[in-house]
Design a protein around this ligand. Structure first.
Ligand SMILES: [Zn+2]
Length: 436
């Protein structure tokens, strides 16, 4: 049975719900969707190498996680319930100082497994030793936009090293020649990267025609410090450095004011909402969804890393986004379910420059099947409502990326080795950090 996994083949997915209608989906052996429609199984059954009985499942485009640090899955549950600065300086950074490339490999393997199991087929990653993250993604079979976390701490010498590290990763990823894996530039944030570093990132990304992944206005302190130092708010400052482009994904965006939202909309920036992380670390303000939406910004969704979430479940994230927005802005009509689902799928794909995000003929076959025969989908008055407010990633039974089956009926090949490898790497990391 293992030979159905991970290979290129023509697949007929019969009897699923697509946009509230019963339909079949035919996946061509080039990894694209050949047809979606009622009764197309008759036409395509003969061509299919594999037939999947959807059994009434809800078919969705694979979800897109637009902000994470995948390898941080090794830090899951290591430190919680702390003030952001203490959490970083006392727990996270000291442990990260002992990270090895092998840890990044196993952490990213674990993250990819969790994503496959919860219906995510593409993610936007920023971390270190990214060659190893790329190896893990290559093996896992999902898509990723990978960036090296550029942090120069306002030192000229460090900046040069970060520029070289960024160039090396981009060269390495181009050399892999894997269409599922693309490179981006990852200036970490305005408080960790000098203006010269930001400008270099903007120019390099433009020259290479690749994306930019950055943290923006996560905390009020970041805004106040920026105004004190530069006389302008963070979005205007980043714009002056050339960072705000249609290829840019800005994570968090909690403390933007209305003018900054308009600027993001004007520049075509994608804003990645990370509600679980923001609530856990008490940023005390929810991303201004309604202003960004009115400004025409592309609003998408991300989990952030596993140390601040503590999982990569985009179904949970949709629900948390929708209910946080309602609660914080005191308005139950803000961020309705269909918009939350669009943020997690079509908008995320757009933000990462992918052609996925919709189940239509010609699109890459990134498809997930969510069981309809499960408590969270019973009754099925409204599939979108259930997907956002009732289900979690555990309801995903089948995950297909680029036309390749990665999970079928909850089975992912090699899962036990990944869990064992990641658990061991995490244990050894903690042991190394404790022995100094
Ligand atoms: Zn982050």
């Amino acid at each position: 049975m293992d030979d159905i996994f991970g290979r290129q083949q023509a697949i007929l997915i019969a009897d699923v719900r697509v946009n509230d209608r019963t339909a079949d989906i035919f996946v061509q052996d080039d990894g694209t969707i050949g047809a979606v429609g009622v009764g197309i199984r008759k036409e395509h059954k003969g061509e299919a190498d594999l037939v999947i009985d959807g059994n009434g499942a809800i078919a969705l485009p694979g979800l897109v996680n637009t902000h994470t640090h995948a390898a941080m899955s090794l830090l899951r549950g290591y430190a919680d319930d702390m003030v952001l600065q203490d959490w970083l300086s006392q727990k996270i950074w000291p442990l990260e100082a002992h990270l090895t490339p092998r840890d990044v490999y196993w952490g990213t393997k674990l993250a990819c497994l969790e994503m496959i199991r919860s219906g995510t087929t593409a993610f936007n990653d920023m971390y270190f030793m990214m060659d190893e993250a790329a190896r893990a993604v290559d093996e896992a079979g999902i898509r990723a936009l990978l960036s090296y976390g550029f942090i120069d701490l306002f030192s000229t010498e460090k900046r040069e090293a970060e520029c070289r590290a960024t160039e090396n990763l981009v060269r390495h990823i181009h050399g892999m020649n894997n269409p599922r894996i693309t490179a981006a530039v990852g200036p970490h944030a305005i408080y960790t990267v000098s203006p010269e570093g930001l400008r270099w990132c903007a120019e390099f990304a433009a020259r290479e025609r690749i994306g930019i992944h950055i943290h923006l206005s996560e905390t009020e302190k970041e805004v106040n410090d920026c105004v004190a130092q530069h006389g302008k708010r963070p979005a205007a400052y980043l714009d002056a450095c050339g960072i705000l482009t249609p290829r840019t994904v800005a994570a968090h965006c909690c403390w933007l004011d209305e003018a900054e939202c308009n600027l993001l909309g004007k520049r075509g920036v994608s804003a990645s909402h990370n509600p679980a992380s923001n609530m856990k670390l008490a940023t005390s303000r929810a991303m201004p969804y309604q202003w960004l939406s009115a400004a025409g910004a592309n609003i998408c969704l991300g989990t952030d890393g596993c140390a601040s979430n503590n999982n990569l479940d985009m179904f949970e994230e949709m629900k948390i986004a929708a209910i946080l927005q309602k609660f914080f802005w005191n308005n139950p009509t803000v961020l309705p379910a269909h918009e939350a689902l669009a943020m997690a799928a079509a908008h995320g794909a757009k933000g990462l420059g992918l052609a996925t995000g919709n189940l239509v003929a010609g699109a890459p076959a990134d498809i997930i099947l969510v069981s309809a025969r499960t408590a969270c989908n019973t009754p099925l008055h409204n599939a979108t409502s259930n997907l956002v407010y009732s289900c979690n990633g555990g309801a995903v039974e089948t995950t297909i990326c680029d036309g390749r089956v990665l999970m079928l009926d909850r089975e992912v090949p090699g899962e036990e080795q990944i869990l064992a490898g990641a658990a061991q790497a995490a244990q050894e990391l903690v042991r190394r950090s404790q022995s100094g």
